[in-house]
Design a protein around this ligand. Structure first.
Ligand code: PDD
Length: 288
């Protein structure tokens, strides 16, 4: 059975799902996106994803193509049509298809696309052993708080990581870490406290980051929201990333140097465990 995608009001087999060559998402990366994780057939933190989408669209001069409940209905429908139990729903909204001209076109309808990707999240291949990462200069624009589909810098960063046999790229500006190519980054410092960069236009406000912060707080782990350097990361006890497609994922090697003892550490393991428990409970509730 073919995967089912959604394009502008229609559910279609993926191979028949099409957008125009004049779509501004294709020509200018003029759009925003969200990736919502699905566990046990339910959407995790959906409302937060939709709130972030609304904000991203607003920041680039666009409204929502439909309201939150309608978008949730579409997400649930595409999960159901694809029989997805674990993985992600990808949603993209662009300014639409219009004659190629840089300024916003008038009277154009937005393009809305959804598709699903099945993927092991709870038993993710890298979760037990941890993944390797490499550092790369962050060459992106300065509005990284917008979840823009302009991802060429991240494509290049991920390719550098892949070529080095690593699973994530740690992006930095003059040695100060911003975030992962598709994740937020965290370290456990020498004093046992957790460190992750504070929100600003330098990074994306991760939904998984937000939930992990809450869980760390409930667990009594001391958290400092501040920038950290590559040097601090090399010397950290533990390092991990958070993202909807990876949950809480240990990083055990950075630029060929082991982090801590080179194995996933206790704080990371505990946070991953409680993140999964919490997400499972929320997803089951959402699937009802
Ligand atoms: N990316 N920072 C960047 C640059 C990201 O692309 C992502 C997620 C995150 C984490 O955000 P969240 O916890 O809301 O997933 C941080 C998605 C998963 C992607 O592009 O596939």
């Amino acid at each position: 059975m073919s995967r089912i995608a959604y394009v502008n009001g229609q559910f279609l087999p993926l191979e028949d799902a099409r957008v125009s060559v004049l779509d501004r998402g294709f020509l200018f990366a003029d759009g925003a996106y969200e990736v919502t994780c699905v566990i046990d057939g339910g959407l995790v933190d959906f409302e937060a994803h939709i709130a972030r989408l609304q904000r991203s669209l607003k920041e680039i001069g666009m409204g929502m193509p439909m309201d939150g409940p309608a978008l949730e209905q579409l997400h649930r429908e595409i999960v159901k049509r694809n029989g997805l139990t674990e993985g992600a729903v990808y949603l993209q909204v662009t300014r639409g298809a219009a004659e190629r001209d840089f300024a916003f076109p008038k009277n154009v309808s937005q393009t809305v696309v959804l598709f699903t990707q099945a993927r092991d999240l709870v038993d993710a291949p890298g979760a037990r052993s941890g993944i390797k990462a490499v550092s790369v200069p962050d060459i992106r624009w300065t509005r990284r708080d917008i979840k823009s589909v302009a991802l060429l810098a991240q494509v290049l960063a991920k390719q550098t990581a892949a070529a080095a046999g690593a699973g994530e790229a740690v992006m930095h500006e003059d040695g100060t870490v911003t975030e992962g190519a598709s994740s937020n980054l965290w370290i456990v410092a020498a004093d046992g406290s957790l460190v992750t960069r504070q929100l600003s236009s330098a990074i994306l406000a991760g939904i998984t980051r937000r939930t992990t912060m809450k869980l760390a707080d409930e667990t009594g782990i001391v958290l400092h929201e501040r920038p950290f350097t590559l040097k601090e990361a090399y010397a950290a006890r533990e390092m991990f990333l958070t993202a909807a497609t990876a949950l809480v994922m240990p990083i055990v090697e950075l630029d060929g140097r082991p982090i801590g003892n080179g194995a996933p550490g206790p704080v990371t393991k505990r946070l991953r465990e409680i993140y999964i428990e919490t997400a499972r409970a929320a997803a089951r509730q959402a699937a009802k």
